[in-house]
Design a protein around this ligand. Structure first.
Ligand SMILES: [Mn+2]
Length: 327
């Protein structure tokens, strides 16, 4: 079905329904949180009831987005719902325990922009060309003529800014700029948003960055850069998982690098690989080989095993991609 047709069905459902459950992926990022907050606020301003649940509380700095305190970690005593709306989530597993608890709710509306989305919803509003999920939320709000107040506008702006790397990444489309400009016209102050949710580091984060940069390794003639973060370092420095967010970019910034990887130990012998690329390798395809997914320029996967073996398998796979693409 065409996107516009599905969009009309979702709008009808949002207009007809009264009570909605909004969900997003675990380890939520700026687009995940901005999108659930924007859509839930617009629906609430239209007289609907929304419950927003995520596996964990919004991590800093996204806990500073307006309305973040409305996100809860409990499903006790809530419902029934007219629909479960899942935002920015490529597959159901990424919901964590919340997904198992609410799978009986129907219909599921899957709103996302990951090219590896598994279309797990009853309605799948998925557009891989979109800069962000917030861009799709904006489309729904406008099409349904739902209220778009300052709080909603700030969340849409912050989400687009987060997913486009402050309007620098390849997904920075004219539409992303147009929506952002419109949000500024509605009263959003980009400088204030930046101070609140972009350039604000706690000291443990900077110390963690310093230690992580020391682990930089180059492979495949300098085309693959890798950094690793052992779990004990977080504890030692009093840092948390979110403090390593976007560290992978520093590996990508190295001149001549095509693929960058940031490997974080997540416990029980498991590791999370965060991948980025600069030009020709689709890292979502690389991640898929290891059971993960994402976007062409930003993807990830989790795996288990001795670190040296995992790294070797990964280097071999990237090598095949680089040779295959002749880059
Ligand atoms: Mn996103």
């Amino acid at each position: 079905m065409r996107y516009e047709k599905i969009e009309s069905s979702v709008v009808r459902l949002l207009k007809d329904g009264k009570r909605f459950l909004l969900l997003t992926h675990k380890e939520p990022d700026g687009d995940a949180i901005g999108s659930v907050l924007a859509l839930s606020k617009a629906l609430e301003d239209a007289g609907k009831q929304c419950t927003v649940v995520s596996e964990e509380a919004p991590p800093a700095p996204y806990d500073a987005l307006p309305g973040a305190e409305r996100i809860t970690q409990s499903l006790d005593g809530v419902g029934p719902f007219d629909a479960a709306i899942v935002l920015d989530c490529a597959d159901q597993r990424r919901l964590g325990w919340v997904g198992n608890r609410v799978s009986s709710i129907r219909p599921w509306v899957n709103i996302d922009h990951h090219e590896t989305n598994t279309l797990f919803g009853d309605l799948n509003l998925v557009r891989a060309q979109a800069s962000s999920t917030a861009e799709l939320v904006y489309g729904l709000i406008r099409k349904g003529a739902f209220p778009l107040g300052l709080e909603t506008a700030e969340n849409i702006f912050a989400a687009i800014q987060a997913d486009t790397g402050s309007f620098r990444y390849e997904n920075t489309t004219p539409r992303a700029f147009r929506i952002a400009a419109e949000m500024v016209e509605l009263g959003v102050n980009p400088w204030e948003v930046n101070l609140k949710v972009m350039d604000v580091y706690d000291v443990p984060r900077l110390r963690l960055l310093s230690k992580t940069l020391d682990t930089l390794e180059l492979h495949l003639g300098g085309r693959l850069a890798m950094m690793t973060l052992p779990a004990r370092l977080l504890q030692e420095l009093g840092a948390v998982r979110e403090d390593s967010e976007r560290f992978v970019d520093f590996a990508r910034f190295v001149r001549g690098v095509e693929v960058a990887a940031f490997v974080r130990e997540i416990g029980d012998g498991k590791y999370k690989f965060s991948l980025r690329s600069n030009n020709c390798v689709n890292v979502a395809d690389v991640a898929r080989r290891f059971g993960g997914g994402g976007h062409a320029r930003a993807a990830g996967f989790e795996c288990k095993g001795p670190l040296e073996q995992l790294k070797k398998n990964f280097v071999d796979e990237v090598s095949r991609f680089l040779n295959g693409r002749g880059c």
